[in-house]
Design a protein around this ligand. Structure first.
Ligand code: SF4
Length: 160
C-alpha cells in the first residue's frame, strides 16, 4: 500500500495534467493579489521569509497548488533549484530573491513580515486557504497539506 508521500505525488501528477486545476489556482492567486493591492503591506524584499529555520516558520502547500506549480515548473528559464542550497530555507531562494516568483505558492504570496499586517494576513490566509481546500472537493482532487520541501522531495524536484 502506498504511503502518504506516494499518494501525494500521484495525486499531484494527476492534477498537474488538468488545465482547469492550474486555471483555478491562478484565479485564486489573482484574487489574493487584489486583496494585497488594497491593503498594501510593506515588503522590503529582505528574503527573510524564505529562510524558514532562521525565521522560525514553515511553508505548507496543498495538492492543487503543487499541481499548478509542477505544471508550470518545467517552463522556468532558471535551474529547478539553487545549486548552492544549504539544506535550510527554501531551495528556490537565490540571494534574497525568489527563483520561482511567478509561480510561488499561496503561502509565499500572503506572508509579509510587516507587523502591521499580521492580523490581516492571518484572516486572509484562512479565507483563501478555505477556498483552496474547497477547490479540492469541487475538482475531486485528494487533499494533502504538506511541508514545502517534503513536497518537493516527494516529487523529485529536489533531493537531500
Ligand atoms: S518559493 Fe520563492 S517566495 Fe516561496 S519560500 Fe521559496 S524562494 Fe521564498
Amino acid at each position: 500500500m502506498a504511503d502518504q508521500s506516494d499518494q501525494f505525488a500521484a495525486a499531484v501528477r494527476q492534477a498537474a495534467n488538468r488545465s482547469e486545476v492550474s486555471s483555478a489556482i491562478a484565479l485564486i492567486h489573482q484574487q489574493l493579489q487584489e486583496r494585497i493591492d488594497q491593503r498594501q503591506p510593506i515588503c522590503v524584499a529582505s528574503g527573510k521569509c524564505c529562510q524558514f529555520e532562521r525565521y522560525g516558520h514553515r511553508l505548507y502547500i496543498t495538492t492543487a497548488e503543487m499541481a499548478a506549480f509542477v505544471a508550470s515548473h518545467g517552463q522556468l528559464p532558471r535551474p529547478p533549484a539553487n545549486a548552492d542550497w544549504d539544506r535550510t530555507g527554501c531551495p528556490f531562494q537565490i540571494g534574497r530573491l525568489c527563483g520561482v516568483h511567478a509561480i510561488r505558492p499561496f503561502g509565499c504570496r500572503i506572508f509579509f513580515c510587516d507587523p502591521t499586517a499580521t492580523e490581516w494576513q492571518q484572516q486572509e490566509y484562512e479565507k483563501f486557504h478555505r477556498q483552496i481546500k474547497d477547490l479540492h472537493q469541487t475538482l475531486l482532487i485528494p487533499y494533502f497539506y504538506m511541508e514545502w520541501r517534503q513536497a518537493l522531495i516527494n516529487l523529485n524536484l529536489i533531493s537531500i
